[in-house]
Design a protein around this ligand. Structure first.
Ligand code: 6R9
Length: 773
């Protein structure tokens, strides 16, 4: 399925995006005291358009702006009930809540269930008898409904669907922009001054958490560990900030970070943020070509890396990869002044590292000599915070740009609610900071909330499949957030790897990156979480900055495999091929109506591509690229990408990127890449390749093609299968029929459909014959 590109709209361009700031005319509704300023200690604000920010908070920069720096609190401002125009989609889906009874209104049918507080305790399956009070069951799959226990719900920030609904209804994200056709320009609190590093560190220290552990670090080898308190972390961040300033990095300059999961990675991100520099973290599994491409695009002043890293039993020489990337960038006219290199002694001593005097600098020789205090650079809420490249449907990666204020508020708020975060939690997210999950939910979201975060350098199956639970027990991890691919790979091993550890500290589990299949969900819930920990299956994207559709673990009865309902302020809609919203039970393209604070603001250097990719396919909406269905209870079920992007182990890889790597091989004439179902990785990469005339296909050539992709993109993008294709199925106009290739790849040969319109119909049979070569 490819979304239709809609014809030009006749709608006028959207109105000015500056927030309307007026005095609220009615008091905030009761029952939200927890959300009101003064009770939630993060010093940023997410406001309703009816609330006068400047009246509530003194401003240093003019009456229309908010000086976030001077605040000590986080404020959710809620509109009054009267003002709530109930424009949320979920109102229909969730129905009206009556006391402790929920009246579900779906498809004009009223169905009643008691609120979850009246259900028996325990998070096990609820029997049909209990679920049905009047009319039909809440869900046809009522046996699959999994409720949070009474104890969990009672202590949760949001403890019932009723409370969720009230909060959703009353909280309107500031209508900073509709996505009407025309220039898309999203702004949130422009003119407000803040700094995310200040909010992550200084503010937590000022509020008495100086000695709280910020990072527990676990190395690749068991037994290797370290930690930093908030004040120690601030010291290290300041030293690096001072160093960066000293070598000429200024506000707005880009810094590329190519580091594994050492503590130096979040330190480097925070140090950039402190001085207003824009970080671009490149996952340290990317090849030198991919790194060079990113360096050439954002032209950093400095590249920060380390000499080598151990992954499992292997040593990877990262500095060599950086050297090759810098040489390639120089050829393209982009030269980088400084390559700051952390000596990761465990993997490689400095003597074994190739060195270029002048450009190369050992972190340990310089950074610790700088002062441990560094003035914060106050930046505009709309100043860029970071760039993160992600795959799209062309060969060129997209530089997703996030700005400071909205992203900060959004990552902090979503973290708190979706994981039901409490100050006593120890939180571990297994993602690497090279991906968005590591930005929003290893570094910024947790630290804005003053959390203790586990940072793990190694791989979860080294030395054996019990490593995660060993770490959970060691640090008494309470919130564990990971990807379905890891869950599936651990599920294949004996449960004994899990059960030999206590895991009793765990209270919330999380999943991200791709749809989690119900059987993996159940294993995660029953075996890892001992049927006691709710799972937050968080749907979101690099572009969204934070969770968009996610369970709130104390509020929602869960359905294994469903990401449930939208986060506060998010308006998901499902549209058909023509871009028309579909109500009720349906399947279609997932879009978002109106902006939210964490939305990306542009694609770096290519605003036109931003508008074309995301806002043109369905006029008036942000198009996510995902398919989604909604069931009769309003639960959302993500069904995967509908564009040319493959999701391998939760990593987005454009088919075009892999194709262009393959055709760069001197013996490859043409390539067509499709995704196929993969038991562990979710999707695997299946490549059809046509060789240059006269070249024979051989095992050696197969290996060299795979190696080409590994070298050009990275090991994680290596094709699982190379299918020799003397010819490819094409339409008469020369378009490759991927639909047919997908069927051949997944061996659904009886579903090939009509192949008679192909330019050369016989190639299909030929391909089927060659499938096992
Ligand atoms: C955070 C992240 C985004 C794509 C997204 C979708 C898939 C992520 C998901 C999920 C189903 C979930 N995705 N979380 N699909 N359920 N809980 O992964 O960002 O790397 O940009 O990927 O991942 O297809 O469109 P990113």
């Amino acid at each position: 399925m490819t979304p239709r590109v809609s014809p030009p709209s006749s709608k006028p361009p959207h109105e000015s995006s500056s927030p309307a700031l007026q005095q609220p005319s009615s008091p905030l509704p009761e029952g939200h005291s927890e959300l009101l300023a003064g009770h939630v200690k993060v010093d940023v604000a997410w406001v309703n358009e009816n609330i006068n920010i400047s009246a509530k908070y003194p401003s240093e920069v003019g009456s229309k702006s908010l000086n976030l720096r001077s605040q000590t609190r986080f404020c959710f401002c809620l509109s009054s009930k009267e003002r709530c125009r109930a424009r949320c989609q979920t109102a229909n889906l969730l129905g009206v809540l009556l006391g402790r009874r929920i009246r579900m209104a779906t498809d004009n049918k009223l169905r009643f269930v008691t609120s979850m507080l009246e259900f028996p305790s325990g998070a096990g399956n609820i029997s049909a008898l209990n679920a049905i009070i009047l009319g039909e069951a809440l869900a046809s799959e009522e046996n699959d409904l999994v409720f949070p226990s009474d104890d969990f719900a009672r202590q949760a920030h949001v403890s019932s669907p009723q409370q969720y609904f009230e909060m959703y209804k009353s909280l309107h994200a500031l209508r900073i922009s509709t996505f009407a056709k025309g220039n898309i320009s999203i702004q949130w609190f422009k003119g407000g001054l803040t700094n995310i590093c200040y909010n992550c560190l200084d503010r937590n220290i000022e509020s008495g958490n100086a000695d709280k552990i910020a990072i527990y670090w676990e190395g690749n080898d068991p037994g290797l560990q370290d930690s930093l308190t908030y004040s120690q972390l601030l010291d290290k961040v300041c030293q690096l900030s001072n160093y960066l300033k000293d070598v000429g990095v200024k506000k707005g300059d880009a810094v590329v970070i190519y580091l594994p999961m050492l503590m130096e990675l979040p330190i480097a991100m925070l140090a950039c943020a402190r001085i207003g520099a824009v970080h671009s973290v490149v996952f340290a599994g990317y090849s030198s070509e991919s790194l060079a491409q990113r360096i050439i695009d954002c032209k950093p002043k400095v590249v920060i890396t380390c000499n080598a890293v151990k992954r499992g039993a292997k040593v990877i020489h990262l500095k060599d990869i950086v050297d090759a990337a810098l040489a390639e960038s120089a050829k393209n006219g982009i030269s980088v002044d400084v390559c700051l290199t952390y000596e990761n002694q465990i993997a490689l001593k400095r003597e074994g590292t190739k060195w270029k005097e002048g450009k190369d600098v050992w972190w340990q020789d310089f950074v610790p000599k700088y002062p441990t205090t560094c003035e914060v650079e106050w930046v505009d809420a709309e100043d860029p915070l970071f760039l993160l490249y992600t795959s799209g449907s062309t060969g060129k990666p997209k530089g997703v740009l996030h700005t400071t204020g909205g992203y900060m508020v959004y990552s902090a708020t979503t973290f708190k609610y979706a994981f039901d975060y409490k100050p006593s939690d120890v939180y571990w997210c297994t993602a690497d900071c090279g991906w968005i999950t590591g930005h929003s939910y290893v570094t910024y979201g947790p630290m804005l909330n003053g959390a203790s975060v586990v940072v793990f350098e190694g791989t979860p199956t080294y030395p054996d499949a019990g490593r995660c639970w060993d770490i959970v027990d060691k640090f008494k991890v309470t919130i564990f957030y990971t990807a379905p691919t890891l869950v599936r790979s651990l599920m294949r091993e004996s449960n004994e790897h899990v059960t030999r550890y206590s895991r009793k500290s765990l209270r919330v589990l999380g999943s991200v990156g791709e749809p989690i299949n119900p059987s993996a969900w159940r294993w995660f819930f029953n075996v890892v979480g001992d049927s006691r920990c709710p799972i937050s299956d968080t749907w979101w994207q690099t572009e969204t900055g934070g969770f968009m559709i996610t369970p709130l673990p104390g509020a929602w009865p869960q359905k294994p495999g469903s990401a449930t309902f939208p986060f506060f302020g998010v308006q998901p809609v499902i549209v058909d091929e023509k871009g028309v919203e579909i109500e009720g039970v349906c399947s279609g393209y997932l879009c978002i109506k109106n902006s939210w604070p964490g939305a990306f603001r542009t694609l770096y250097g290519d605003h036109e591509r931003y508008e074309t990719t995301y806002f043109k396919p369905f006029a008036g909406y942000y198009f996510t690229g995902d398919g989604c269905s909604r069931d009769k209870d309003g639960y959302h079920w993500l069904t995967g990408r509908v564009d040319d992007v493959i999701n391998v182990s939760g990593h987005r890889i454009g088919t075009a990127e892999v194709e262009s790597a393959l055709v760069s091989h001197p013996k490859c004439a043409e390539a067509a890449v499709v995704g196929v179902e993969h038991e562990v990785k979710g999707q695997g990469i299946y490549a059809f390749v046509t060789l240059v005339e006269g070249e024979p296909y051989s095992e050696e050539l197969r290996k060299s093609l795979v190696l080409t992709v590994r070298n050009q993109i990275g090991a994680f993008a290596a094709p699982d299968k190379i299918h020799w294709a003397p010819g490819l199925p094409k339409t008469r106009s020369g378009k490759i029929m991927r639909r047919i290739l997908r069927k051949i790849a997944s061996k659904q040969l009886d579903e090939l459909g009509d192949t008679s319109t192909l330019a050369e119909p016989h190639v299909v049979e030929q391909l089927i014959e060659l499938a096992d070569r």
